[in-house]
Design a binder for this molecule. Structure first.
Ligand SMILES: *Cc1c(COP(=O)(O)O)cnc(C)c1O
Ligand SMILES: [Zn+2]
Length: 481
């Protein structure tokens, strides 16, 4: 069934979290020209949406989830809540969103002691949640380029890997006048993540250092040159990523009571978007209860955890940290650009949901990698950041933050294959010291060669099959039938 694209448009503005200045969205802003702070995007007509009851919004979104109209099928089925200024012709759809939520099996739930499920955002087109934000940012850029008849738009991002993979993919699809440039920390992204922008035809520039160094280079470019920056300071990306929250609510039939959403925090764009999205649903009566939101950080990159570890809000102090090696490499960020946004939404969130509705826990590198191995041994496809969420769940339970039957929804932010080298390091016991990870033999797995290659040389074809089969029988202890 095809559907008509919504006719009504919102009235969107950039809103600066530093100095409260507002700017129209007919120009692309990355940060506030006045004070340099980050923006949020606001629909000034949002309150008009309240005229439609929550139950009716649910029906609208549920109907769109089944449409064949591609512009309304992915993250833009929540069009009115996201970027209701775009036209259908500008919406870029590569199959992002609609990712499944997979309940952990009984064995695993028994072992962890808490019911939980993974939302598999690794099933997005470039295999991470970053596609949600890129679909929105590229749709907006496409609209801008068309309206202004620009003949070239250089899109630039610094990345721990997944942002560049997503940006390069969407740029490749949209094509002219967009061109993609990505800036990566040399040797600090996985081979898979490097291969992705290369394969999409992006210009890949490498910088010695870590992500935070790349970020400073990109900021310099933003301040001085004409480029479209796609890092998560870009408020359009945050909007697109709100779709994660909308989908989680939709999956559970718009009832998030008794649920806790666990999110790894790196640059803090994702947790910002999830809280922002949940608040929108709540304000429109689409959900009646806010779920608990728990951010998770590694002890090797934990500035947000440290900030909220101080109980008294007036005594909290934000300080960037110097990161140490982390298997949750996509979240290995010492100075998260979206921190002001987290603060902004956490205050609103706690004001409605109570003090316990938002918290941040800290986990060890050992717990992160073992969280991933444990999940995947039970049929999940979690990346290391997904492992971080499971470690966070175990930690939150230890701290008594959860009710007994609360269902935890863990964000598997990327596909396990993107970060598979960390599994290999664990299985081969080859972690460099900086990670502080000990590989335990009982958690390892490795291929077993059945017969030696030299033996194969010596044997006839028939004997080879028989001897090899006999070796397999012996290893498995098979019984004759
Ligand atoms: C980007 C990323 C993160 C961190 O998300 P932020 O929005 O930067 O906090 C976590 N996991 C994966 C796989 C990512 O690509
Ligand atoms: Zn400002």
């Amino acid at each position: 069934m095809h559907m008509n694209f919504p006719a009504q448009r919102g009235n969107m503005e950039y809103y600066c979290l530093g100095c409260s200045t507002r700017y129209p969205t007919d120009e692309l802003y990355y940060t506030c020209p006045e004070c340099g702070s980050v923006f949020l995007l606001e629909d000034l007509d949002f309150d008009r949406l309240k005229a439609t009851p929550g139950t009716q919004w649910r029906e609208i979104f549920d109907t769109r989830a089944a449409t064949k109209t591609t512009a309304l099928r992915g993250i833009f089925r929540f069009y009115e809540l996201m970027a209701p200024v775009l036209d259908e012709q500008d919406i870029v759809y590569l199959g992002e969103g609609q990712t499944p939520i997979i309940q952990a099996n009984e064995t695993l739930i028994d072992q962890v002691g808490q019911p939980f499920a993974y939302k598999n955002d690794g099933q997005n087109p470039s295999a991470s949640f970053k596609d949600r934000g890129m679909a929105c940012a590229f749709s907006y850029l496409k609209a801008l380029a068309r309206e202004n008849q620009w003949d070239e738009v250089l899109t630039v991002c610094a990345s721990t890997g997944d942002t560049s993979a997503a940006a390069a993919l969407y740029a490749a699809y949209v094509g002219s006048p967009l061109r993609s440039v990505v800036i990566l920390p040399h040797g600090k992204v996985t081979p898979q993540q490097l291969a992705q922008p290369l394969g999409s035809g992006a210009t890949v520039l490498e910088v010695p250092g870590v992500f935070d160094d790349c970020m400073r280079v990109v900021e310099h470019l933003a301040d001085n040159f004409r480029v479209a920056l796609l890092n998560s300071k870009n408020a359009w990306r945050i909007l697109g990523q709100e779709s994660y929250a909308f989908e989680a609510a939709q999956w559970f039939d718009w009832n998030l009571s008794g649920k806790a959403i666990f999110v790894p925090i790196g640059n803090a764009g994702n947790i910002t978007a999830i809280m922002g999205g949940l608040l929108k649903l709540y304000k429109l009566g689409i959900i009646e209860t806010l779920p608990r939101v728990v951010g998770v950080q590694s002890h090797h990159a934990d500035p947000v955890y440290r900030y909220y570890a101080v109980d008294e809000p007036t005594e909290r102090e934000y300080k960037p940290v110097t990161v140490e090696p982390s298997v949750a490499q996509a979240a290995m960020i010492g100075n998260p650009v979206s921190f002001p946004r987290v603060k902004h939404f956490a205050e609103q969130y706690e004001a409605i949901g109570g003090k316990d509705s938002f918290s941040v826990v800290q986990v060890t590198e050992q717990a992160i990698i073992e969280g991933m191995l444990l999940a995947n041994r039970h049929g999940h496809i979690a990346c290391t950041q997904g492992g971080e969420c499971l470690a966070g769940l175990i930690r939150a339970k230890e701290l008594g933050l959860l009710e007994d039957n609360e269902l935890a929804i863990l964000d598997a932010t990327a596909h396990s294959l993107k970060f598979i080298d960390f599994q290999t390091m664990y299985f081969e016991d080859s972690f460099p010291q900086g990670y502080g990870i000990t590989s335990k033999p009982e958690n390892r797995n490795s291929p077993q060669l059945v017969i030696a290659p030299e033996e194969r040389e010596r044997l006839s074809a028939d004997d080879y099959t028989r001897v090899t089969a006999e070796a397999v029988v012996k290893r498995l202890g098979l019984l004759k039938r």
